[in-house]
Design a protein around this ligand. Structure first.
Ligand SMILES: Cc1cc2nc3c(=O)[nH]c(=O)nc-3n(C[C@H](O)[C@H](O)[C@H](O)COP(=O)(O)OP(=O)(O)OC[C@H]3O[C@@H](n4cnc5c(N)ncnc54)[C@H](O)[C@@H]3O)c2cc1C
Length: 390
């Protein structure tokens, strides 16, 4: 299928017209999800065998980038959905896989916790086997998830807990309507306001044991294999689409805004042209690194892990800078909602603090350098360099 062709009327008729409202009223983009579902795009990365479109990371990237240009909220909700599907597809039963492929089921990733904070590899939430007479075949989940996109809106959560037995973490597919799940406070965020990124509290939530995704204690290796290609790349892609949207709006504003005394436009000022050129370079560098990352994932290159860490950090930081430049070159006008720039400035802040945060990624990348990761293709690293943050 041609993802962009399918998407274009949905962006034009549903997503873009609702974008301001989504932000201003922190309204979850339900109509957008319905339209995406009807077009088959909620099942974009679902297997054809269950009725999905059989796409992969390259197709998901196209969809998320296009949507993020007009509504980063919708793009991030879709990002988390595709990430959840990446873990559901290999392990869950056909019924839920078919519902996703049919556009009837939205999922999301419920990883971050109030206790473990950015250390998402070390959840404090538990999954324990009950010992009551009616506990057979079930486990009880207890956790306080800190900020989960689509909380209370998604049909299911791909949930991580500590292992039921022994070391490691375990993944679960949790029906979002189960008793014991609560949203203690509603999300009223600075950016990505329409995402319903609220906390989720789980108190003795009874989940059938066969909702386990993969084996007990194997959550981290499973995430590394199935989730890793999608998660950093698609969050980076939200930032990339967002930067393109900010540049489009900034260029439109400076080209159309004139000084009455000279008749020239803001865009005629060499300083403004230079700022925009800088922003454009940053956006393009991130996009090209993203394309290299996708190519690396598809080819199964040895440096894929490093690329995945790099791309999220690079795109998130570039988006901070590009939206700051867009604010600067558009002056006071950028403060007004009509320009659409201040909203992108606020939305851009999220990717950098979404775990793994940029600072955690810098630490991981510094360690990889110290362990001799290749500095560039064909340029071997030097094992033993002590990274600053080690
Ligand atoms: C809009 C939005 C949507 C989100 N959606 C989801 C979702 O769908 N699912 C989900 O699971 N989570 C989601 N999150 C949560 C997110 O992934 C992070 O867990 C959360 O943003 C981290 O916030 P915190 O306050 O716990 O950070 P803290 O851990 O308190 O971090 C504070 C600062 O310390 C730094 N820091 C922390 N640990 C280290 C370290 N080891 N090395 C270096 N620096 C460190 C951080 O970089 C940060 O600068 C979302 C967050 C936002 C903002």
């Amino acid at each position: 299928m041609n993802v962009l062709q399918t998407l274009e009327p949905i962006v034009r008729d549903v997503i873009a017209p609702a974008a301001a409202d989504t932000d201003q009223h922190a309204r979850y983009p339900r109509a957008a999800l319905r339209a995406l579902g009807q077009a088959g795009l909620l099942g974009l990365v679902s297997a054809r065998a269950v009725g999905g479109l059989g796409g992969g990371l390259p197709e998901a990237v196209q969809a998320v980038e296009r949507i993020a240009r007009d509504c980063p909220c919708t793009a991030m909700v879709l990002t988390m959905h595709y990430c959840g599907v990446a873990l559901i597809e290999p392990f869950a039963g056909d019924a839920v896989r078919r519902a996703i492929a049919d556009g009837r089921h939205v999922t999301t990733l419920a990883v971050s916790e109030a206790a473990s904070r950015s250390h998402i590899w070390a959840p404090a939430g538990t999954a324990s086997e009950g010992d009551g007479p009616d506990d057979a075949g079930t486990v009880r989940l207890n956790a306080l998830k800190s900020m989960i996109t689509s909380a209370g809106e998604a049909d299911s959560y791909v949930w991580i807990s500590r292992a039921t037995h022994g070391e490691g973490n375990t993944l679960w597919l949790v029906d979002s309507r189960l008793p014991g799940l609560a949203i203690p406070s509603r999300f009223d965020g600075m950016g990505l306001r329409g995402n319903a990124s609220s906390p989720i509290e789980a108190t003795d939530v009874r989940v059938p044991r066969d909702c386990m995704l993969g084996a007990d204690g194997e959550g981290e290796p499973i995430k590394a294999r199935y989730l890793m290609p999608f998660f950093p790349t698609l969050i980076a892609t939200t930032s990339i689409g967002l930067m393109q949207g900010a540049l489009q709006r900034a260029v439109a504003h400076v080209s159309a805004t004139r000084f009455s005394d000279t008749g020239s436009t803001l865009g005629d000022l060499p300083t403004i042209r230079a700022w925009l050129a800088r922003a454009w370079l940053q956006a393009e560098q991130a996009r090209l690194l993203r394309d290299a990352t996708v190519a690396s994932v598809v080819a199964g290159d040895a440096d894929t892990r490093v690329r995945l860490l790099q791309v999220k950090a690079a795109a998130a930081e570039a988006a901070l800078s590009v939206t700051e430049i867009a604010m600067r070159v558009c002056g006071g006008a950028a403060f007004r909602k009509e320009a659409g720039i201040e909203r992108l400035f606020r939305d851009a802040r999220a990717a950098s603090v979404m775990a793994p945060t940029t600072d955690v990624l810098y630490d991981m990348l510094g360690k990889a350098l110290g362990e001799g990761a290749a500095i560039a293709p064909g340029v071997p690293g030097v094992p033993g360099i002590e990274p600053a943050a080690a």
